[in-house]
Design a protein. Structure first.
Length: 417
């Protein structure tokens, strides 16, 4: 009898990955987040303040415009490059070429952003950053279901989550310590380019043979990006819950610099952002790997995601009702505890509901829209709320309600415990 089971790149992984592979992939993941969050936490807001006077836009509206347009690019780029990596038959594998090209392109795009001389060049450069770094991120994410067996994905997701938050902290720290906008972008660009090297140089990727690649058809390629909620209800519910919780988080982060300056009247809001990010990172790191390992051991995902989402909603509401510097520190700490568990276990849950091995990169790219779309929706929601509908108190109450809805809806997923 002929063995028709998938082989090579399309086989369901059964051999546990080692610490070296996990560490190298986590470092590459963290490097990508440095390239994103150095700008998002500090540099874009600082540049916007330079360009806003005389433009007819407030700094809040201009920042919302730039980050929103960039997020639209991310919406398209992540599933597109995930699908392209699924079909790549290069000698180095189907993920590695995109990690290399994306990280190199992202570093160059950050240098272009450093030289922006106005809002239009700044927007165009940020869009290039989003395009290129999403190519690398899509490939890094898809490497997990390619190589990691299901009972180990919570732990690996935890280490990737730890690298993610360290990338956020590292990007914020580099942007703050560099002493200027241009040098901040240069520092983030260098780290992004160098951080992926241990993975691409020291670890082999799985290759897709030409015989395994599906026949090319533009119509079928485009149609493949639609994942029917009726055919894949668990994937649809998982996507929606991730979107809502990430939207809540995006609403918290978007105007954090301005919240500290204009509402809490911090003398050095840049330093305040760095302190809150560090507090959040410490508590996140305390739970992200532990939560993933615990989920693997008990063989359950949903309870961890539900209760971490509830905890984050409570912390977000605290920003609305306890608007002091100590309140912000407590909220940042509690958010870190919840987001740590959510980051690792939700990632494992997402890989558990993927429909098929051939399209892992594309399907995860579609799922990752739930990370990028909130960057579009958050400015559209936040700007009018802060300007016309009650300010930061209302903004954070709305964010808490959205996050709570996401946590509750996790219970609709049926195929994962």
């Amino acid at each position: 009898m002929t063995d028709t089971r998938p082989s090579g790149a399309l086989a369901e992984p059964v051999e546990r990955v080692g610490r070296g592979w996990t560490s190298a992939l986590a470092l590459a993941n963290g490097a990508i987040w440095v390239g994103w969050f150095g700008p998002l936490q500090i540099l874009l807001a600082s540049q916007t303040e330079d360009f806003a006077p005389g433009s007819g836009l407030s700094k809040e509206a201009m920042l919302a415009w730039i980050t929103g347009v960039g997020a639209v690019v991310s919406l398209v780029a992540n599933p597109l490059f995930g699908a392209l990596s699924d079909r790549t038959t290069a000698r180095r594998g189907r993920r590695t070429p995109w990690i290399v090209a994306g990280a190199a392109g992202g570093a160059l795009s950050l240098l272009l952003l450093a030289g922006a001389d106005g809002v239009w060049t700044m927007t165009a450069s940020w869009c290039l950053v989003q395009l290129t770094l999403n190519a690398a991120f899509a490939a890094i994410t898809a490497a997990v279901p390619d190589r990691v067996p299901r009972p180990q994905r919570g732990a690996v997701g935890g280490w990737l989550g730890a690298a993610q938050i360290l990338g956020v902290v590292g990007g914020t720290g580099l942007a703050t310590a560099a002493g200027g906008i241009g040098t901040g972008y240069a520092a983030c660009a260098l780290f992004t380019a160098v951080g992926v090297l241990p993975y691409v140089l020291c670890h082999d990727d799985l290759r897709l043979s030409p015989a395994q690649r599906p026949a090319w058809s533009p119509r079928a390629f485009l149609a493949g990006f639609w994942l029917s909620p009726r055919r894949h209800p668990d994937l649809a519910w998982a996507w929606l819950t991730r979107f809502l919780i990430n939207l809540s988080n995006a609403l918290v982060l978007l105007y954090l610099l301005y919240y500290l300056r204009d509402r809490l009247h911090r003398a050095d809001p840049d330093e305040g952002v760095l302190i809150l990010t560090a507090v959040n990172a410490l508590t996140l790191l305390a739970t992200v790997v532990v939560g993933g390992v615990w989920s693997d051991r008990v063989g359950r995902r949903k309870p961890f995601v539900v209760w971490s989402g509830v905890l984050m909603a409570v912390a977000t509401a605290a920003l609305a009702v306890w608007q002091t510097w100590p309140g912000a520190i407590v909220a940042a700490a509690v958010l870190g505890v919840g987001f740590g568990v959510f980051t690792s276990v939700d990632f494992a849950l997402m890989t558990d509901v993927l429909p098929e091995a051939l399209n892992r990169g594309k399907d995860l790219g579609v799922i990752n829209i739930a990370n990028a779309l909130p960057q579009v929706a958050a400015p559209a929601l936040a700007a009018p709320i802060v300007t016309y509908l009650g300010g930061y108190r209302v903004l954070y109450l709305v964010a808490a309600a959205i996050g709570l809805a996401g946590a509750v809806l996790v219970r609709r997923i049926r195929g994962v415990d």
